[in-house]
Design a binder for this molecule. Sequence first.
Ligand code: KG4
Ligand code: ZN
Length: 360
Amino acid sequence: MRILGIETSCDETAAAVVEDSINLLASVVASQLDTHGKYGGVVPELASREHLRAIVQVVREAMERSGTSYPALGAVAVTCGPGLVGSLLVGMTFAKALSFAHGLPLIGVNHIEGHIHAVVMETRHGGQEVELPALALVASGGHTHLFEVREGWRYRLLGKTRDDAAGEAYDKVAKLLGFGYPGGPVIDRLAPHGNPGAVRFTLAKMKGNPLDFSFSGLKTAVLRWTQARDLAAEIQARRALLKSNSRPATEDWLAVTPRDTLDLLASFQRTVIEELLRRVRLTGEQINARALIVSGGVAANQGLRRAAEQARFPYPVLFPTVGLATDNAAMIAAAAFAKYRRGEFAGLDLGASAGLTLAS
Ligand code: KG4
Ligand code: ZN
């Protein structure tokens, strides 16, 4: 059985076809990087407009590349939240039209559950099942959450960020230092060139739930570090580099980034990783986790992947392949299979929910 997934919650227009919750037949992602890059973040009005421009072609490509015709589909799945309402509505309206025109069941998927199911799908593809209860760390530009994943794909929220998301911290630090948007990939590439022990940031102390995260203090500490120095010339040089080339190579960045700044980036990344893995260690013990799922854009981070491997957790550590860590539609189609089996179909009145939660 094949499901077409559609994802437009933020700044990627994506469509994918997944078969039997295991085989990814085609995944198409149209990034809006060139549109938002120069603004240092996603501009909601522009995002909706770009989704409108891209959606027809992206869905057509996913259907063609997977060799699927509409009558051969079992359902159409679409992200219904959380995300930017104007962006969500583009994908949802398109999915509803397809569902109505072809008489296909419609399935609404929570974006965060999608991130988790990218890993479930890939694990199955490798011939295994994710053992439950699992711990799921979903860290991206919009959210940083720890869930317990139970049988029947039921979720319990263990901790979440009280302020910035982990990816948002990357994006803000990168913007502050003239590295453009998104910040995660460039900081990740430059961090190995600096000394991660050079700048000592204090780890966040949480009142109340010790499993909650906070990244705003770290962001402020980086701001103070920059204010204590005269970085105008190097920031200027990096902005000029970005203007001449929207995707500079690592060597180009290194040419305009002095050692002190590389040390700062390495130390920032080390601190984010420590904050994330500290909570994982605590919660893993608490729920007797049999697997750890790490997903969302920050799961693409090479430093985090290495650190999680070296942490010697007493359960398997499961990351998605890098292309399925950041936003995509394969994860939306994958998450829809369990809903299909349970008969959880949506009507054409399915609403977009900007603040949709997965569990409390
Ligand atoms: O999951 P995603 O594509 O979109 C949201 O649901 O937010 O995540 C995008 C976020 C951005 O904040 C980006 O800077 C971050 O993920 N990101 C990374 C890396 N690649 C993307 N953060 C750290 N290291 C990376 N390699
Ligand atoms: Zn996401």
